[in-house]
Write a protein that binds this ligand. Structure first.
Ligand SMILES: [Zn+2]
Ligand SMILES: [Zn+2]
Length: 246
């Protein structure tokens, strides 16, 4: 089957009109890894795989647009499938679990691992190395290695972070691109990046193919892309429920 990335949601900060918040499904021939679980992403996830098919979950940080759908996943995993799903590994920054509703009740479903920048984990045949993104709370950017491919995901970050901290060659990467350059530099210079900033950083780090996601629903998406295209030769906007072969 090869490696693929299914986009479960692309809306930055919160869901938008008919658009889920952030989430992705990374699949290899033997492993299904759910990366970020913002509102609406579980509804999309279940269009592609079943509740019992999730081999692991990574949550990049505690902002709610990146994790709240694991609450619903717990209900379905514990009560809607037979046998119930147990011990799905969840990797998240230290402290995120404190925000979860009824974490002790969920202990049979989730096997929580608190992670720090520099940690390296393994889910099935997928290896993940974490680095610290530039964001107001502890946020895990990541390098993902599987079936000979190297991918990277910035999570939410300001421009002080670079994929170079994780390597200098990536077959595929995706980042946030919260809004156009002028608005990011004025309103969120230390916590988010524009499509243009993403493109500059990604090109410098040897990213062959770049996908932009986590775009605010009030942003001009085409302008975000246009700015990025001026800095990177192969960049596109993430489309919800599209499957990208890596
Ligand atoms: Zn976010
Ligand atoms: Zn955030």
């Amino acid at each position: 089957m090869g490696v693929s990335l299914t986009v479960l949601g692309t809306s930055g900060g919160c869901p938008g009109p008919a658009a889920a918040a952030c989430g992705y499904l990374l699949r290899t021939s033997s492993t299904n890894l759910w990366i970020d679980a913002g509102a609406g992403t579980m509804a999309n996830l279940l269009q592609h795989i079943g509740v019992s098919d999730v081999d692991g979950i990574i949550l990049s940080h505690e902002h709610p647009d990146h994790w709240t759908d694991i609450q619903g996943f717990w209900v379905a995993a514990a009560h809607f499938v037979n046998p119930p799903v147990e011990n799905v590994p969840v990797y998240a920054p230290t402290g995120l679990r404190d925000h979860v509703y009824a974490p002790n009740l969920q202990s049979n479903v989730f096997d929580w691992h608190e992670c720090e920048p520099g940690d390296k984990i393994q889910v099935g045949d997928i290896s993940i190395t974490f680095a610290r993104a530039q964001h107001p709370v502890l946020t895990l950017a990541m390098k993902i290695e599987c079936e000979g491919k190297v991918l990277a995901y910035s999570a939410d970050t300001g421009p002080a972070f670079s994929f170079r901290e994780l390597g200098d060659h990536f077959d595929f990467a995706w980042t946030e691109a919260n809004d156009i350059d002028e608005i990011i530099k004025r309103d969120a210079p230390d916590s988010h990046i524009s499509g243009r900033q993403s493109a500059v950083m990604s090109k410098d780090a040897g990213v062959k193919r770049l996908m932009l996601s986590h775009i605010r629903f009030i942003a001009d998406r085409e302008k975000v892309l246009e700015e990025a295209k001026s800095e990177h030769p192969d960049v596109f906007l993430a489309q919800e429920n599209r499957i990208y072969e890596i």
